[in-house]
Design a protein around this ligand. Sequence first.
Ligand SMILES: Cc1ncc(COP(=O)(O)O)c(C=O)c1O
Length: 448
Amino acid sequence: MDMTDVAQDLAAFWMPFTPNQQFKKAPRLLAEARGMYYKTPDGREILDGVAGLWCVAAGHCRTEIVKAVQDQVARLDFAPTFNMGHPVAFEAANRLAAITPPGLNRIFFTNSGSESADTAMKIALAYHRARGEATRTRIIGRERGYHGVNFGGMSVGGIPGNRKMYSASMAPGVDHLRHTHDLARNAFSKGQPAHGAEFADELERLITLHDASNIAAVIVEPMAGSAGVLVPPKGYLEKLRALCDKHGILLIFDEVITGFGRMGTAFSYDKFKVKPDLMTMAKAINNATVPMGAVAVRQDIHDTVVGATAEGTIEFMHGYTYSGHPLACAAANATLALYERDRLFDRAASLEGYLENAAHALKGSKHVIDIRNIGLVAAIEMEPRPLGKDGTGGPGKRGYEVFTRCFAKGVLVRATGDTIAISPPLIVEKEQIDRILATVAEAIKAVD
Ligand SMILES: Cc1ncc(COP(=O)(O)O)c(C=O)c1O
């Protein structure tokens, strides 16, 4: 069979988080990328309004990163990190520890955000056990939270569609805070909404219910990304931090989306001034060149786990064959150097106001019930289309149509339900922000 036929047969690839039947009837394919643009197989340029999937922060195919990976694969393709080491992984850990919040300077490598979430949860349990508080096993997540698709992250996550089929198989011993979305009070807020700090008080209620002696950690995204860009209300994260401190509970920030400049700072700690005890990372860690994730851990948490076991014994029974993979680490080292050289996090901060104004200019458009923004992220929420008697319409349909119309006009955005998210690479130019928002506005106007 000739290779063109192989490429054109779309049946074998069971695509993730995709309506496969629909996609395969009308596929959207990307064949090349450079800077701010993708190119389709027929040569059409697509302006990337979402950094791939929130992950290509420095723009596509950056020469420095490509070269670092090419050199690395020719020098050392793979080396195990179980009982062996290689310099590139240690360098990547040191580089990360230099930009993570002060004190969170021990780095565990994974291959994805999902693995990072589960790893952080296991570290939290191992820590309490090592301290002699083995009853602290419960982990509190949040409605509308997304921590990937593995059993741990899914269980503390709060996206109903992801959980529905696996209800009976959730990790035991979890509970959830309510989400922070409050359209009635906060619609069209710029930056952090004014109302909702008190949603964090619910943690006190859950602590009373379960008892602090049974709770290991709270895990939240500082800004919830996948459930439609929910910006933390003013004072909310501070309250969570204070309650965790009061009750000896670890606070895990899932920074898979918010890390590496997306908030206009290295991590959301630098933006919101609330420091977690553990922090998960993945997207943008190496510009998405090679799958990679990581967990940054407070040094004393690491020391407690590692110190609880006799020398010569594995202290933390966890790891992935590809933890600290040479190619992923080489890409991370080159990416982190590039972020620093080009001051891309500052660049994102300098564009925050511009994106804010461009997005909020859509206020008043038909269907639009909210516009939210923080850092280099903006979201436009539309009212769901009513569910018709014939089964058409319903939540998500408008969002999907806006997304496909934008793609037809040469702009890639992300639709989660009826919310359109915009999170371009940090190298985006103002005219490109204008074009992304103009295309979204036109698409919204065109849908019923
Ligand atoms: C906050 C958060 N955590 C975890 C994940 C899962 O990451 P991955 O898809 O790399 O497993 C995501 C992905 O969108 C995410 O946004």
